[in-house]
Design a protein around this ligand. Sequence first.
Ligand code: ADP
Ligand code: MG
Length: 307
Amino acid sequence: MIQATNLNKSFGTLKAVNQVNLNIKEGEIFGLLGPNGAGKSTTINLISSLLKADSGSISLNGIDLNTHPILAKNSIGIVPQEISLYDNFSAYDNLLFFGKLYKVDKTTLKQRIDEILILIGLENRKNDLIKTYSGGMKRRINIAAALLHKPKILLMDEPTVGVDPQSRNRIFEVVETLNKQGLTIIYTTHYMEEVERLCNRIAIMDTGKIIAQGTLKELQEQSKTTEKVALTFSAISKEQFVAFKKAFAFEIQQIENTLSINCNINKDLSTILAYCTTNNIEVNDIKVLKANLEAIFLDLTNKQLRD
Ligand code: ADP
Ligand code: MG
């Protein structure tokens, strides 16, 4: 349904999007996961034609966006990363304003606004000014604004940043409901739990590139990640690290005072801890990492997903 081929976009010398290829199928919730600065928003803005690519092409249902930019506007709804609402207008008036921008006729628009307000759970606050809303409520209205013209594709750029847990859950439910109604959704986030919960397929992005793509299961299979234990020490010297590596046959990654060790947790953890005690390496924290997206990301990039 959405096909991006060899997309490139630079800002000066910075390659924000570097040879990106995406193939998103109709009816999917597709997750674009990556840390801040990975290039997620730039990718979304290219797909929605807000930005023009330096090279590469995007097609929607086989139609090239370069030659048919109006099509993008009509079939895509965009929930931008930054909330863009008028503080001194009520939620209802904001939605009327955005609906008119999309040229939805007044009767249809009013019906549509009522429907969407119920969907996002804010029908009883519709006449209150946006400036009285919490961050999470503003987010929900921002989502509503993207839905007024009944798009087939919804692009959501980090829709849960800065929202309270209640709004966050509501947003998840809204995403799931919209998807059940047939919307194809691209969902960007740096929270791996969100893509694990919501998305059929996932692309992992870092420094402008898609570094892996597939279902969670496929990513787990592609990745060499199995189980891992992350041990954090008060301090570990170079010599201690070298000796530690020698003592075990495990694959070990070091990030500051934390070692991520590929091992069989049931079998090996007690041996590892006994080694630490014997060698006076003080353990401050033990984390068991399943082969989740965070572990896969660490594997692929040598970076933690979270700052
Ligand atoms: P993400 O959404 O994953 O956090 P962005 O797509 O916003 O990442 O940004 C990717 C990179 O491009 C970052 O290094 C960012 O600073 C840079 N960038 C984004 N937009 C601009 C712009 N308009 N001008 C200059 N640099 C930009
Ligand atoms: Mg962004």
